[in-house]
Ligand binder design. Sequence first.
Ligand SMILES: C[S@@+](CC[C@H](N)C(=O)[O-])C[C@H]1O[C@@H](n2cnc3c(N)ncnc32)[C@H](O)[C@@H]1O
Length: 299
Amino acid sequence: MTLPIKVPPIKCQGIKTKLAPFILSQIQWAEKDRSQWIEPFLGSGVVVFNLAPKRALLTDTNQHIIAFYRSIQDGRINRSMVSEFLHDQGDQLLKNGADYYYEVRDRFNQFASPLDFLFLNRACFNGLMRFNSKGGFNVPFCRKPQRFAQSYITKIANQVDWVANQMAGKDWEFRVATWQDTLTEARLGDFVYLDPPYIGRHTDYYNAWNQAEAENLAVLTKQLPCGFAVSMWLENQHRQNSHIQECWSDLDVRICQHFYHVGSRESLRGAIAEALLIKPGFSASLDTTPSRSPAKLHQ
Ligand SMILES: C[S@@+](CC[C@H](N)C(=O)[O-])C[C@H]1O[C@@H](n2cnc3c(N)ncnc32)[C@H](O)[C@@H]1O
């Protein structure tokens, strides 16, 4: 695999686009015939799409993310369909402005169409993916009616085509599941990449993450029979993440400085040091840098 990293069609809080080269370069996993890559917190899927393993179990509690990628996997959504849909919806957005955005939002909250999910994700404020306590998408419009210009539509359609190609012919399962259920499927030889929500940050219907759940994740992950790596913020300008010391000691720690730019408030954005905590025996040698190709991910 060569860098740079490519970008999937949907955005979410905590998306690892910028960190994916770092993450993939630090993990050393020998993929075997029956082994699989497991991602219990799939989100946008940027890590697995760039890795493109032969087998994968990709889960998230957010049913809309899973439905969207399943639609691409079974061909119900493809590049030309996305292009046509966004042209049509983009025209209506241009004519009717914010009212049209909210019409699509209501429609999505009633029928949950994957294409509407894509439209909202790419038209909403600041690329947020946020749901109210009843599971309704509630991100406001970004105030840019001319958002779906030809170049933007082409870019999104190409991103859809890229993820379709990355999963084509592969044994990948997309499933709505909690991380607990997903971890029970990990076997010797598999590799589990975990990117849980940040404790107390971006809390919503699909991201109700708290201290107890974070602690439980650490306990169960450390019992896995296979390799694993966990993404977690290490420190920002204000404080350090004490949860790492408390729950994730005795792992190989790799650190990357990162600028976190998706967030509803300025205070949620800024420079942050991100840690990748890797089970000993599954980390690449220390002189591996993100500017080089990921080491031995495929064998
Ligand atoms: C930080 S995001 C993952 C970002 C992803 N790595 C990326 O680069 O786009 C966390 C994801 O975990 C999902 N999630 C939250 N709570 C969960 C749970 N209890 N079980 C499984 N997934 C959960 C959220 O829906 C969200 O998509």
